[in-house]
Design a protein around this ligand. Structure first.
Ligand code: FEO
Length: 433
């Protein structure tokens, strides 16, 4: 596959994998992307998972048509991309290895050598000429490990974005980008929103036409759409108005309360997503919590604590800096309900959470009192809906779309505003109705 006339795809699809990174189900497999840049000098961008070394080396050999690579650029040392470095080094003993100082330290740990005779250490703004193009390296610490660099090719205007803009799924999978990119982002990079924001800021100074990530498809159209989603995710803003109800239920009584609340909300015209934490994909439930503006947590008191799946779920949220949301609570307990108290304590350090005033307390099974509380919570969630929407409207005012590249800007355009993507001034923007 040719990305441009001089950038070739040499990555692989993994259809055998059971759990990505040892925990994420990937029903459509995974792609480990790698690229080869043909210029006066030849660079290979990253390697692949150890189970695909031979296939990858064969892809490189075919793409080279008898030539030899001069450089292997290592942007990220997680083994899904770095495991084949030593094999490449053996296959092409003349090639130099280009990477960050931190990555070379990791190579020593992984391979027992940091290839001292072949190292080219690069940092923020370092450049490497391949002839007709220059590669510029940009540090991207914690997106998703500390050693990460991304690389800009000024000739083809390509950003090699490491894990950034990646998604689950092999490349021959036909599926919506956002769904599996969001699950990937929230699960794997979600904790590092500030670092992703910093990278987006740096990227906004570059003239980018193509994004080549280490997972998922190459992005070459409507880049504003993807960048806008990354901006929302990394700033922890809700992507959509709606209520996610995440619950556990042992004998079905908490579930009854959840379904009653969901129905009450739907009757009021609210978008509702319900996740049974004991049975659904936990990563999908975490993704939903970050996607929507409101969350209701419903669980039982268990061993003077809360049910294990709910505990795990809340830990996933707080680990990933869950914030800027409205949260309601349903607790169940047959003799000493304390689940709501425990859940609130677990969320105590989360920033900018608004907690519902109307908790629902179930003593074993629903009764008229707890049903009234469900109704009150539904009203509060809807009232809050209206209030949030009004506040949002008042705050953000208008949205403008760039007529050239489709980038969407929220809020007023200042006189010196330029499109972060295509660099056009404010005159090229029009208001979105
Ligand atoms: Fe795709 Fe962080 O490795």
């Amino acid at each position: 596959m040719n990305i441009t006339s001089s950038i070739l795809y040499v990555g692989v699809n993994d259809k055998k994998i059971d759990l990505f990174e040892g925990q994420y189900i990937v029903p459509n497999g995974m792609a480990y992307n790698s690229y080869l840049i043909l210029d006066e000098k030849i660079a290979v961008m990253d390697t692949v998972d150890i189970n695909f070394t031979e296939e990858w080396l064969s892809n490189i050999e075919n793409a080279l048509s008898g030539k030899s690579p001069d450089y292997l650029v290592v942007q990220h040392m997680e083994p899904d991309h770095s495991a084949s470095i030593a094999h490449f080094a053996n296959a092409y003993p003349e090639a130099k290895i280009v990477s960050s100082a931190k990555a070379f330290n990791m190579m020593k740990n992984f391979f027992g050598t940091d290839f001292p005779e072949r190292q080219i250490v690069v940092g923020e703004g370092s450049t490497l000429s391949l002839g007709s193009r220059t590669l510029t390296f940009v540090t991207a610490p914690m997106v998703h490990w500390p050693e990460v660099i991304v690389t800009y090719d000024n000739k083809d205007r390509v950003l090699f974005s490491a894990d950034g803009f990646g998604k689950f799924g092999a490349l021959d999978t036909e599926e919506d980008w956002a769904c599996e990119a969001r699950r990937y982002y929230i699960g794997i990079v979600g904790k590092y929103g500030a670092q992703v924001q910093a990278l987006l800021k740096k990227a906004s100074t570059l003239d980018i036409e193509i994004i080549c990530p280490l997972h998922g498809p190459i992005l070459s159209e409507n880049l504003g759409y993807y960048i806008n989603l990354y901006d929302i995710w990394s700033s922890y803003r809700p992507e959509e108005e709606g209520v996610v109800i995440a619950y556990t239920s042992v004998y079905g009584n908490t579930k009854k309360a959840v379904l009653m609340l969901a129905e009450a909300l739907e009757e009021r015209g609210v978008k509702v997503v319900v996740n049974d934490l004991a049975r659904c994909d936990m990563a999908e439930a975490v993704e939903d919590a970050f996607r929507y503006s409101k969350l209701v947590l419903a669980t039982t008191t268990y061993n003077a604590d809360i049910f294990p799946f709910m505990k795990e779920f809340i830990n996933h949220l707080t680990e990933r800096n869950y914030q800027n949301r409205f949260v309601g609570f349903i607790e169940n307990g047959s003799w000493a309900p304390m689940a709501a108290k425990v859940m609130k304590e677990m969320l105590a350090k989360s920033k900018n959470l608004t907690l519902a005033e109307n908790d629902v307390k179930i003593m074993s099974a629903l009764n008229s009192e707890s049903e009234k509380q469900i109704n009150a919570l539904a009203n509060e969630l809807c009232g809050c809906n209206v209030a949030l929407e009004e506040e949002e409207e008042a705050k953000s005012g208008k949205k403008y779309v760039c007529k050239i590249c489709g980038y969407v800007h929220e809020g007023e355009l200042t006189d010196d505003f330029t499109c972060p993507l295509c660099k056009k001034p404010k005159e090229f923007f029009e208001e979105v109705e």
